[in-house]
Design a binder for this molecule. Structure first.
Ligand SMILES: [Mg+2]
Length: 228
């Protein structure tokens, strides 16, 4: 097979991410139950708050912590307590300190892919937070480049195609998010490999749209080996 350029998503593609956020959200909701709202309603308000904060402050733990605090302050109103705000800060700090949990088959598959292709890690979020995760994962040596961006949209992929002189027919994006990894890459003319993750963040859900490139769906990271 010819040498390809393979862009790889990180969160929930190389390592678990969303399950840790979900665990924090469950603990957060439990802390707020005394206010008298249902768990579903608290979650709904949090989702709305996250949607707004992501637009304003981007992705990552700090934006998430702000969303938890905003949600609490909104629901508690005048009865908000300083101790609970402190507890929310503690939950967010614990989340940030969680060691990366690499998904099954990832290191050996990356080792194989890196021998035959050019690999670029493409992740969105805060630069300091994401590069700390990459470093702690121990996987950076497999990549020719690490790209940390604020958002993964059509213009992001077009920029990378130019910057890395990617030949589109030999360019691939691999990831778990239809919204950020698959659809914009296909629209930019790259090929894509969708690896669904059972716990993909609600804000990343959307229908897969067909694009110019080829789309492959696999069930595990390990299966990439049979395509490259
Ligand atoms: Mg992801």
């Amino acid at each position: 097979m010819a040498r390809n350029t393979i862009l790889l998503d990180a969160d929930d593609t190389l390592w678990e991410n969303n399950i840790f956020f979900e665990k924090t959200i469950e603990l957060f909701i439990t802390q707020l139950e005394h206010l008298g709202y249902t768990r579903e309603y608290i979650r709904h308000i949090l989702n709305e708050t996250e949607r707004r904060n992501v637009r304003q402050h981007g992705y990552g733990v700090r934006s998430f912590r702000r969303s938890l605090e905003d949600t609490y302050l909104k629901l508690a109103g005048n009865s908000s307590r300083k101790e609970l705000v402190k507890e929310i800060e503690r939950l967010a700090a614990e989340l940030e300190a969680t060691p990366p949990h690499i998904l099954d088959g990832v290191p050996e598959t990356l080792a194989y892919l890196a021998k035959h292709h050019r690999l670029i890690l493409l992740t969105k979020g805060e630069a300091a937070e994401q590069s700390a995760k990459v470093e702690r994962s121990g996987l950076q040596a497999y990549f020719d480049h690490i790209e940390i961006v604020l958002e993964k949209e059509l213009s992001t992929y077009e920029r990378l195609i130019g910057q890395f002189k990617i030949v589109k027919t030999h360019g691939w994006m691999v990831g778990n998010s239809p919204r950020s990894d698959i659809n914009p890459a296909l629209r930019a003319g790259l090929n894509a490999v969708f690896i669904p993750h059972t716990n993909t963040w609600a804000l990343e859900h959307c229908e897969i749209e067909s694009g110019l490139g080829k789309l492959v769906v696999v069930n595990s990271f390990r299966e990439l080996r049979s395509h490259f």
